[in-house]
Design a protein. Sequence first.
Length: 458
Amino acid sequence: MSKQTRNFPLDALVSLAKQRGFIYQGSEIYGGIAGMFDYGPLGTLLKRNIVDAWVNYFVHGREDMFLIDSAILMNKKVWEAAGHVEEFVDPLVDDLKTNKRYRADHLLEDKGIDPSKMTIDQMTQAFVDNKILSPEGNPVGPVRKFNMMLETKVGAMEDSSAISYLRPETAQGIFVNYKNIVDSFAPKLPFGIAQIGKAFRNEITPRDFIFRLRELEQMEIEYFINPNADWLAIFNTLFEEQKKFLESVGVKADSVHAYEHPDEARSHYSKKTLDWEFDYPFGTKELTGIAYRTNYDLTKHAEFSKTKLTYFDLETNEHIVPHVIEPTFGLDRLVLALLVDAYEEQDLGEGNTRTVLHLQKNMAPYLCAVSPLLKNNPEMVEKAQAVYKTLKVATKGRTIWEDNSNIGKRYRRQDEIGTPYCIVVDHQTLEDNTVTVRDRDTMAQERVAIDELKNYIA
Ligand code: GAP
């Protein structure tokens, strides 16, 4: 249930993200489009840093993982087989006056009622019993199921054969490639297939900035195990790995909490689901998930596609259908979590404040900013340009040139985008080839020889 968990409002972060070029409302000049956001230059760099860290952790850092990149549009039978046509639904109610639709479970939550264990009929009854109206104060109809897949048409035909869906999860691209991976690489069980990519959900009420989107990005793993293996032990290990990864990119250990979904609230394919929830400014809610999908998907796809999707176990000489444990991450929610945990409005005394993003060094869009103290001093500018060019190569591009307005404002701007080091070429540099390095978090300044800068920053 939501509660305020941070001492700053989400709006402060949203406005910083926009002003500083992290995240913009999608199609903003046309009034926007609900549930869509565009990543600006800095948000894109932050997102790439997360993706690189994820690939390093879960793919390069292991010997049992294959990374793929499957098509977003798939044969619509994929979604019939996987159960999404029937089951990928949210409960909604219609405002009987305006015909606007709302998430029934969210309206119940807003009234302090926990809908997580309720059936559709029980939710309808709860609306009646508690005389709950729409947010506009009108009566609502009965709770109904609403399919969240976004439909599209592929090819020139206009009939139902042309219908396809924008994938609502990257997972199915993995299941339909299971046989390809087994045929190409003959991996031993257990092994995983990982994928990062866009997914689309026609959320009825997209909200809370990039928390509930209609176009989102996921980083998912389907981990195939022997059906006789101790699935719970593997499940628990992978769940802990998820937390370790979150901490490795800078999510604070005490901002995340384990949550187990009750039986009634699990997705149709899952026998056990746990989330790592995060303390967002608007409440404690899901950041990542892990599900025990059993052999549900492979069995369904084998049945619908009439393709053998078994695994030949050399030890027992048997054909088996592997079971699957699925650790999943929402990339946008992780961007949000990192921004939330990094954000600080600091009181510097005497009426001065600064806003800082304490992003971890490997996550910050830029590692350092280089400035000439005086931008009308050609000698200083030339020297600073030389330092900038050297560091740009040394940091693989993660160095920014900063010569706008005065030095104080430059520091503030770099604090707001989370740049760990500001390097200033000043009068002394021209005499002894040292520069000032200012630390984002402590604001302490140190003199460092230009020759030593690469090591200092590394
Ligand atoms: N393949 C399993 C699956 O898709 P999910 O819990 O529905 O499970 C996985 O989604 C992750 O995707 C979630 O943990 C969350 O981080 C992210 N996610 C789900 N819906 C989202 C939305 N509407 N906007 C942003 N992120 C979302």
